[in-house]
Write a protein that binds this ligand. Structure first.
Ligand SMILES: [Zn+2]
Length: 249
């Protein structure tokens, strides 16, 4: 992105990575959905190619920044953005500051184990949320090519498709309930295609959130639809570059 006003002469580039990164060192630790990416010094590689300062962030963190500054979470000090798409991830804003954890690896919500005897996850563990409720998992369990296909089949009355979506919604809702209890958040914004899998999916998820959280904290934490769509990362990257003082962990 250009901060100089000259589109072909960027002063700073910010890039979102779908996996754990250390934003301070600019290193991608290991992205389970990017085979072969282990301890990749992405910032150094990019800066040597582009000749300008580069910032490397977890993609869900960029989306969380975008949604909290200019989307569903405007004015919310304790906020989480959850993406439920091909994979599942999260970005956190705590006390109006981006929360990245000790080494920048916070936000791997998709790898919370919710079904210890469940399917093998691509991270190597078994029964991660990603392995039972992501778009890839939903398609695999239903024998379909995509979660959208499963949602269409469920809406048409297909019992297997309906059961797969119900199970995914329940696992997702229970995990969200745990997150609400753990962090006493003031809003969760959910984005990604799977959240749009129909009213039954949303109802099942909300019911499981209710089952998995304390009413007192749940009442203070609305679950909203994310507002920025595919622009989340772009808006987050812009905000990250333009307000660098808020990068401090
Ligand atoms: Zn996993």
């Amino acid at each position: 992105m250009s901060t100089s006003g000259a589109a072909m002469d960027p002063m700073t580039v910010a890039i979102g990575v779908p996996g754990p990164v250390d934003p301070t060192a600019g290193v991608v630790h290991a992205a389970s959905n990017l085979p072969g990416w282990h301890e990749v010094p992405l910032r150094r590689l990019l800066e040597s190619k582009l000749g300008c300062r580069c910032l490397v962030e977890h993609d869900a963190t960029l989306a969380a920044i975008g949604e909290q500054r200019r989307g569903a979470g405007r004015g919310v000090a304790n906020f989480a953005y959850i993406t439920v798409s091909t994979g599942i991830g999260a970005g956190f804003i705590i006390h109006n500051r981006v929360y990245r954890g000790g080494t920048g690896a916070a936000g791997e919500f998709g790898h919370v184990v919710v079904a210890p005897d469940g399917p093998l996850c691509n991270c190597g563990n078994r029964g991660c949320l990603d392995a039972v409720a992501s778009g890839l998992a939903i398609a695999r369990e239903a024998g379909a090519s995509s979660a959208v296909e499963v949602a269409i089949a469920a809406a048409a009355g297909d019992q297997l498709a309906r059961a797969v979506l119900d199970a995914a919604a329940r696992h997702l809702g229970l995990a969200l309930g745990g997150l609400i209890n753990l962090l006493n958040l003031e809003m969760i914004a959910v984005g990604g295609g799977v959240f749009g899998a129909g009213a039954n999916f949303r109802d099942g998820m909300v019911s499981a959130v209710t089952q998995g959280s304390f009413e007192r904290v749940r009442r203070q934490c609305p679950i909203e639809r994310a507002q920025l769509g595919n622009d989340q990362g772009l808006v987050g990257a812009f905000e990250l570059v333009m307000t660098p003082e808020k990068r401090a962990r």
